[in-house]
Design a protein around this ligand. Structure first.
Ligand SMILES: C[S@@+](CC[C@H](N)C(=O)[O-])C[C@H]1O[C@@H](n2cnc3c(N)ncnc32)[C@H](O)[C@@H]1O
Length: 249
């Protein structure tokens, strides 16, 4: 998917804001090197500097990396695919917020992270867990059906058991793994859900003309309003999965 870094920074800063909770699992050690995997526009990469001597942000999107460099010119950022990481035994911590659900092959992802970590390195990550955005995707599926389109989720939201098995298969020792609900209010009042869809369901919306897109978004809002509109803002049904794991090579 093509990312819109300006829309991300202006309307969806909550993603990185919530990611700050994950920082509490990162040990502080000024000798260590941290890789921020899927760094987006760099908000958490900058926070990670407080925990390490060196931090590198990598992301698959050129647009996101360009924005991260513009936001934080003193930090290193690179375009890199998480499934083709060029590192071997280099990082004390691989940190990642809100990225893994965009990646269909978690087995290959974890192999890449394992190879990138130093012999006693840590993986600290959070992403969409089982039944994340269940109401959102059900509503969107039904609306797109009215327009003759069959919505197939591109997200990968594993269960704790599924992800634990993959971690262990790839040589990780699990320190913590759990999932939890995180109902997430969207900014911008009435426009919040449409903004969210334009960012995160962009690929599907782009199949339609602008006029159709506006109608789809209206119908989508009507479908989910009773469950997700709380009278003053949209609050969507996020559920997250958190992991702290280490390797012993
Ligand atoms: C929701 S954003 C999260 C950004 C940042 N971690 C934050 O908390 O704000 C998801 C990011 O994952 C990146 N991403 C998705 N698939 C990727 C892949 N295969 N390799 C590297 N980055 C990827 C996207 O480009 C996007 O910047």
């Amino acid at each position: 998917m093509k990312w819109d870094s300006t829309l991300y920074d202006n309307k969806h800063s909550f993603v990185a804001e919530y990611g700050k909770g994950l920082l509490e699992f990162v040990p502080v050690d000024k000798e260590q090197r941290i890789l921020d995997l899927g760094c987006g526009t760099g908000v958490l990469t900058e926070q990670l500097l407080k925990y390490a001597g060196y931090v590198l942000g990598v992301d698959g999107s050129e647009d996101m990396v360009a924005k991260a460099k513009e936001n934080y010119p003193d930090i290193d950022f690179e375009v890199n695919d998480a499934l083709k990481l060029p590192y071997s035994n280099e990082w004390d911590v691989v940190f990642s917020n809100a990225v893994f659900h965009w990646i269909s092959d978690h087995d290959l992802l974890l192999k890449n992270i394992y190879n990138s970590l130093k012999p006693s390195g840590k993986l600290i990550c959070e992403f969409g867990g089982p039944d994340n955005i269940l109401i959102v995707e059900a509503g969107f599926t039904n609306v797109l059906k009215e327009f003759g389109y069959s919505y197939k989720s591109k997200f990968n939201f594993p269960t704790v058991d599924e992800f634990s098995r993959l971690l262990e298969k790839n040589g990780f020792i699990i320190d913590k793994i759990y999932d939890f609900d995180r109902p997430t209010p969207l900014q911008d009042g009435e426009n919040g859900l449409a903004n969210w869809a334009k960012q995160f369901l962009k690929t599907e919306l782009e199949e339609f003309s602008e006029e159709q897109q506006n109608q789809i978004l209206k119908n989508f809002e009507s479908r989910v309003r009773d469950k997700l509109w709380n009278g003053k803002e949209w609050s969507i049904d996020y559920r997250r999965l958190r992991v702290v794991a280490h390797v012993e090579k």
